[in-house]
Design a protein around this ligand. Sequence first.
Ligand SMILES: [Zn+2]
Length: 198
Amino acid sequence: MEGAVSEISRLPGIGRKTALRLALHLLREDVATSVSLGEAIINMRKGIRYCKVCHNISETETCPICADGRRDKSTVCVVENVKDVLIFENTGSYRGLYHVLGGVISPIDGIGPDKLQIDSLVERVASGNINEVILALGATMEGDTTDYYIYKRLERYDIKVTQLARGVSVGNEIEYTDEITLGRSLLNRTLFSDTIIK
Ligand SMILES: [Zn+2]
């Protein structure tokens, strides 16, 4: 019992008291309840894979978004992580595909472009079916650096590179932006080349 309580209490937002209450609840239920909960968690964790196209979390080789024939496959929105995909999906105002970088360039943290899914983004663009790449990284210094790096890598391809409109104040990370603001900054996106000081 002690082991279960201490494991449960490690989950975010759950203190020891709640963990104890959950454990006691499970003890009152059939054994089958605990077994199916345990199995569901193990299967979720072990079964998780990443989409081979966009690197979003997926239970299948290609995620449901990439596999959805009704989505606009010519537009790709570049985001920092899997959580950002959910945030954009919640706005309900985006019908294109995604590309999950897995982070942003941050020399201080030892994260160079090679540690991110940038080469695979360039390959997607090089394959020729993409018309627009939307840079949707947070308006932080690392986000800006990454935007610029990607822009330079994509410059030679005949596509539009855009960026979210910065209603999002500088320093804000995508996840702290509300859905309406985010939806609007997506609609009002600007050409990345216009944002560069020449
Ligand atoms: Zn995908």
